[in-house]
Design a protein around this ligand. Structure first.
Ligand SMILES: NC(=O)c1ccc[n+]([C@@H]2O[C@H](COP(=O)([O-])OP(=O)(O)OC[C@H]3O[C@@H](n4cnc5c(N)ncnc54)[C@H](OP(=O)(O)O)[C@@H]3O)[C@@H](O)[C@H]2O)c1
Length: 352
């Protein structure tokens, strides 16, 4: 590495990924923001965000080709230079095709990236292999630890879901992933989705080490407890929690100076009311809402890591404070007694 000794990562507590040898830090970095999700970020800001996160001991970063159409992976690759021991996941299911008409960073699919590529779904054998190889090159690494099948499911594909699922199952996408894992090119295979149903469908077809479940096990929603998490426990599949703030509202709360976002849209009134009830309990116990949102999913034994989207080194610093905030057991009991969390949800242990 050009004469520089690699920085050996000091790491937050790690948890195992399924039955693999891989361990991820229980707090990870969701890097969609580094692909300029909703707002542009400079290369320097992206680099500072990664440096801040790695220096704090965050040892796991999640990317995707889709995030800024290659931008996120390029930036993460730069940030990894000279560091060892950071676990990296990226995704398959979309290829990036040249888009010569792109001339600036006008918003496309939510991203403000000027890279002249456009995403095209492809869950076939060749599509998965090509996506993996392209990710290796954008990241500038010889090996990627985990690959998730990105956004398979009805929420993304609507009436075309059966066709896409067919392509993944019978068109060789799953076979390609199993081959990469069997050859030792990757350690873990998973899916990265915002919905529960497709997780159950795919667990019947594939040996998944991990599910990246975004927005569906948070302080606002815990239906995953009913069937999905017990099934994961039975099969030895870990869960990584994406979108722990449900894309914004559990970080910002219902303050009047921001438009609260829930699931990537303006939050509906019933969600705002529910967050206000959470905020009342937070005020009573002097607990920041985002601290509770971050720590809640980590109490579930199936959860390997929680990966908030972090846009800037200040947000990294704030996140570390939320992660370390001491929350009394009575706070969680109060949420439960007010039916604000599922009665079966494991509650975080009080820190001493
Ligand atoms: N299908 C999939 O595989 C999938 C889907 C969704 C997410 N994910 C993964 O999960 C990660 C996180 O998801 P997400 O970014 O969608 O949602 P999220 O973590 O629930 O929310 C991120 C938003 O919260 C706000 N935020 C974060 N920290 C904050 C702080 N300290 N103070 C104030 N606001 C703060 C930021 O808003 P501002 O931008 O306004 O600062 C940010 O955009 C993604 O990066 C990705 O890695 C995967």
């Amino acid at each position: 590495m050009l004469g520089f000794p690699a920085v050996i990562q000091t790491c937050l507590p790690r948890r195992a990924v399924g039955r693999t040898r891989l361990q991820v830090s229980e707090l990870g970095l969701g890097a969609a923001s580094l692909g300029n999700l909703y707002r542009p970020m400079s290369d320097a800001e992206a680099h500072e965000t990664l440096d801040a996160a790695f220096n704090e001991g965050i040892g796991y970063v999640d990317c995707a080709p889709y995030y800024g159409f290659g931008l996120c992976e390029q930036r993460v690759g730069e940030g990894l230079k000279g560091r060892e021991g950071i676990v990296v996941s990226t995704k398959v299911g979309r290829l990036l095709e040249p888009a010569p008409g792109v001339v600036d960073d006008s918003e496309r699919f939510g991203f403000r990236s000027a890279l002249p590529f456009t995403p095209v779904f492809d869950y076939s054998y060749d599509g998965v292999m090509k996506s993996w190889e392209s990710s290796l090159q954008r990241l500038g690494v010889a090996r990627i630890d985990m690959l998730y099948v990105h956004d398979i499911g009805r929420m993304t594909h609507g009436y075309r879901h059966p066709e896409r699922l067919q392509q993944l199952i019978h068109g060789g996408g799953l076979r390609a992933l199993a081959k990469l894992r069997a050859e030792g090119q990757i350690d873990a295979v998973g899916i990265g989705v915002n919905e529960v149903q497709v997780c159950l469908e795919l667990m019947e077809e594939a040996d998944l080490d991990v599910i990246l479940l975004a927005g569906r096990y948070t302080l606002l929603e815990q239906k995953a407890l009913d069937v999905l998490f017990p099934e994961c426990a039975r099969r030895g599949t870990s869960v990584v929690i994406g979108g722990p703030y449900n894309s914004g509202i559990l970080a910002t709360g219902t303050r009047s100076d921001v438009v609260p976002r829930f699931n990537y849209e303006v939050a509906a009134t019933d969600i705002v009311f529910r967050v206000r009830r959470l905020e009342r309990v937070c005020r009573e116990f002097n607990v920041p809402l985002p601290a509770a949102a971050l720590q809640f999913p980590l109490a579930h034994p199936q959860v390997a890591s929680v990966i908030p989207g972090l846009g800037g080194s200040e947000q990294v610093a704030q996140t570390m404070t939320y992660y370390r905030t001491r929350i009394p057991a009575e706070f969680w009991q109060e949420l439960r007694s007010q039916n604000l969390i599922h009665e079966a949800a494991p509650l975080p242990a009080a820190q001493t």
